[in-house]
Design a protein around this ligand. Structure first.
Ligand code: PLP
Length: 454
């Protein structure tokens, strides 16, 4: 019997979060943050002092007993909510059977079962899957497979897209300069194009001509003046841009791009690490645009919080021999089991909930785009929702300080949010949120946005 999604059963105060027991941050949280400063890498970005002790559904409790509404989902990861009872049951059972064996050298059922499930979701089953531990590793695998399968060595990627932080993926990442600063040289042979952002159109185009401008640049500048298309192995792209600002491209972008690439034997590699696994209301975000990429990478939401990444490719591309690529921990049995339960929940009600809650939130927040002087755009697919802030709507000038104030103001009222891109706030809650939680988050956000931005 497939596991079906049912609404979270909260106990006590969790049903009415946010609830405060102390001023923020409380004494236990403060003490933890002091120790973190001493012993943990300062490279992590912490916008506000939230420490998590316990989580249920869309609610996180800090060490001081304060309850927050979590609209960050651990950076778009806990798709089934914090500690979904079916996922916890699966993890407990799997841990009691087999913790590790290494799919690199041996076989075990959970990895084969998940490979079969992902191949089915991607193209009905004519695909093979490489297992990793994270998004960046899934993209490293895609880089290597594309090189191996095409015998070509160069890549294109898009500004604003984020593909990870290990050196191969970092060469593709073009989201924030700080992520690359100090790490040169990255991989040679990666060239970037502008992403067809309809709110901030590329190459001086009008909004309606964003795709024309990008594809014109591809064919008439890149292919004619810079790179012979026969040298290009693949193009990496996010079907909906995540870290770069929750940007939804025009509907014809991916189909037209794919058609051009096919003519030249260049692979389209869709990074679904953030947008995939149901977050946009479909299993993969590219499904909104009617294409099937040649290679897909996924991670984040795939295993409800356990570390797992996957690179899914057309079966005919997986020509690499034993030893060409592998990972000791990739596709760990417990993580694969958690992913299988996650997929069951997504397919049996959770993606529908995501779609309905996403529409509800966009409908509630959309009026801000005309009534608030600092909100330029409210956009979303499923529960991947971006609110773009500006100093004023005429100049469209970025407003990072304002964003910081709003994010901190929401934290003070018990709503956990994250920024993305130069000037956007993202709503990426667990896909299990209910109507009360969606409405409460919109109320808090609207009140703070009005307080801070007028
Ligand atoms: N690709 C995308 C689209 C992402 O959003 C991220 C992480 O935010 C990554 C890749 C990298 O994933 P990880 O942090 O698991 O390496």
């Amino acid at each position: 019997m497939a596991v079906k999604f049912t609404p979270t059963q909260y106990e006590g105060d969790y049903a009415r979060a946010p609830v405060f027991k102390t001023a923020l941050p409380g004494p236990k949280t403060k003490a933890l943050i002091e120790r973190d400063a001493k012993f943990v890498s300062p490279s992590y970005t912490r916008d506000y002092p939230l420490a998590a002790q316990r989580g249920r559904g869309a609610v996180v409790e800090d060490p001081d007993g304060n309850l927050f509404l979590d609209f960050s989902a651990g950076i778009a990861v806990v798709s089934t909510g914090h500690c979904h009872p079916e996922v916890v049951k699966t993890i407990r059972e799997a841990a009691g059977e087999l913790i590790h064996m290494s799919g690199t050298d041996f076989y075990y059922p959970a990895q084969v079962n998940l490979g079969e499930a992902l191949a089915r979701l991607y193209n009905g089953g004519d695909a093979k899957v490489f297992f990793a531990n994270s998004g960046t590793e899934a993209n490293e695998a895609a880089l290597k497979l594309a090189k191996y399968a095409t015998k070509r060595h160069q890549f294109l990627a898009f500004t604003g897209c984020f593909h990870g932080r290990t050196l191969g993926s970092l060469s593709l990442t073009a989201s924030r300069a700080v992520q690359r600063a100090g790490f040169f040289p990255t991989l040679p042979g990666v060239t970037h194009l502008q992403y067809p952002n309809p709110v901030r159109p590329p190459y001086g185009a009008s909004a309606g001509k964003a795709v024309d401008a990008v594809l014109d640049h591809l064919e008439n500048v890149i292919f004619r003046q810079l790179i012979d298309p026969r040298d290009l192995a693949g193009v990496f792209v996010e079907a909906v841009q995540g870290e770069g600002g929750y940007v939804i491209p025009p509907a014809d972008f991916l189909p037209r791009l794919h058609a051009i690439l096919k003519k030249h034997g260049i692979l389209l590699i869709c990074d679904e690490v953030q947008a995939g696994m149901g977050r946009t209301g479909k299993m993969f975000a590219y499904e909104h645009f009617g294409i099937t990429p040649d290679i897909v990478t996924t991670a984040k939401g795939i295993a409800s919080g356990l570390p797992l990444g996957a690179m899914i490719a057309r079966a005919d591309l997986m020509t690499w021999p034993p030893g060409a690529h592998a990972s000791t921990f990739g596709g760990n049995p417990i993580a694969c089991a958690a992913a299988l339960t996650t997929i069951e929940l997504l397919e049996n009600g959770l993606m529908d909930n995501c779609d309905a809650m996403g529409r509800r939130i966009v409908e509630k927040l959309k009026p801000l785009a005309s009534s608030s002087p600092v909100v330029a755009d409210v956009r979303g697919l499923g529960l991947m929702i971006g609110i773009e802030l500006v100093k004023d709507r005429k100049t469209m000038a970025y407003a990072p300080e304002l964003r910081e104030k709003i994010i901190n103001g929401c934290f003070a009222k018990g709503l956990l949010l994250l920024g993305c891109g130069p000037t956007t706030i993202r709503f990426c809650p667990p896909l299990v949120i209910n109507e009360r939680e969606a409405d409460r988050a919109c109320e808090i956000f609207t009140a703070v946005a009005r307080e801070v931005g007028g």
